[in-house]
Design a protein around this ligand. Structure first.
Ligand code: OGA
Ligand code: NI
Length: 357
């Protein structure tokens, strides 16, 4: 029997975790993707043919060697909108602690997690499953807790109080990613030929949403997904994963598996950087596959300008030859969009483009 719960709205709610724990031999029908959207889970995909960039950030702090790191970042942003970073300044114990707190959270009994359930995208702390379990036509094999994280003191009291270590461990990781995001945005601005301090204040005071994702082991990974293809609304998303599962779309529209690298963090360009760069860089389209054997966890830290601050193409990157290709948008505009639209039908960034054809 599936373990189901009524949420505050009275809808039935079954987490992916509850399905896995109950040992279902098949995924329920609502998780089955149309054949054209199913992942190909061949182990050869993504290995060997394409080397995704891994950038050592230690030289970012060396004035002589910084330009070569900026160049590597520029190449990775142009080619993939994606790279992994090592020597990023966040210690392995902070990463381990964050993953430990998330494991304990998702292992809690259902009624405990249901205290935070909400399908209102404006709720600052919310537990859920799939993308939006109330409206999704196909469901995704994912449970999540999402919470606002910056400034930490404003939000942390609303975070889960169970497990008791959650606030402290995830709080430390959130603060560390906020600092890393600032450093990465300085590098990205430089790589675009902008001032290192471009939008410095807005980035410092920017919003941060931590999406903590749990993809439990799935009995039929070849016909389901953990997340559908999408790009993030963020400037950058900094992602910590416990094992492999993420795939990105390359320029030839092929899905490429992102390898798991112990201690590394993944950096994905989001829609805000695509707009800021006037399309010089593109946000990366990605999806999440699931597997039969292990529960996979990830922390996707989505950084952006403050809630109501609109991002627009940098004036320095707009001229007669390259007119502004995008309008402007804020994080709040994105929330309004997803509360009314299905992201799998039309990408948000396409609604921001000036030339829609
Ligand atoms: C996201 C996301 C990827 C992952 O939360 O937006 O794309 O590997 N997550 O969990
Ligand atoms: Ni994403």
């Amino acid at each position: 029997m599936e373990e189901t719960n009524k949420n505050v709205l009275g809808d039935c709610f079954t987490s992916a975790m509850a399905l896995t724990e109950s040992g279902v031999p098949h995924v329920p029908t609502r998780y089955i993707l149309p054949p054209s959207q199913r992942p190909v889970l061949s182990p050869s995909i993504g290995t060997g043919s394409i080397n995704l960039p891994v950038i050592d950030l230690s030289f970012l702090h060396d004035p002589l060697l910084r330009p070569s790191v900026i160049h590597e970042i520029e190449m990775a942003c142009k080619e993939f909108g994606f790279f992994q970073v090592t020597n990023h300044g966040i210690s392995s114990s902070v990463l381990r602690d964050a993953l430990d707190a998330a494991t304990r959270f998702f292992d809690l009994p259902a009624h405990e997690k249901m205290l935070l359930v909400s399908d209102d995208v404006h709720t600052p702390v919310r537990y859920g499953t799939s993308i939006n379990h109330a409206t999704d036509s196909v469901h995704y094999w994912r449970d999540f807790i999402k919470h606002y994280s910056h400034p930490l003191s404003k939000w942390i009291d609303l975070w889960p109080s169970n497990p008791p270590c959650y606030k402290q461990k995830v709080g430390k990781y959130s603060e560390a990613t906020h600092v890393l995001h600032k450093q990465l945005m300085e590098a990205i601005s430089e790589s675009l030929g902008l001032e290192k301090s471009y939008l410095q204040e807005e980035i410092e005071e920017g919003s941060q949403v931590m999406a903590v994702n749990c993809y439990p082991a799935c009995p039929e990974p070849e016909i389901a997904l953990g997340m559908p293809p999408h790009s993030d609304f963020s400037s950058l998303t900094i992602l910590l994963q416990s094992s492999q599962g993420l795939q990105i779309k390359d320029k030839n529209n092929n899905w490429v598996c992102v390898p798991y690298i112990e201690g590394a963090l993944i950096v994905q360009l989001g829609d805000q950087v695509e707009v800021m760069s006037n399309g010089v860089y593109k946000s990366v389209v990605h999806r999440v596959t699931v597997n039969k054997d292990v529960n996979r966890l990830s922390f996707a830290s989505l950084h952006s300008l403050p809630m109501n601050k609109k991002i627009s193409p940098a004036p320095q990157l707009v001229n007669e030859d390259k007119p502004a290709a995008y309008g402007d948008f804020s994080f709040n505009d994105f929330l309004e969009y997803i509360s009314r639209n299905d992201l799998t039908k039309q990408r948000f960034i396409d609604t921001v483009k000036k030339n829609k054809f």
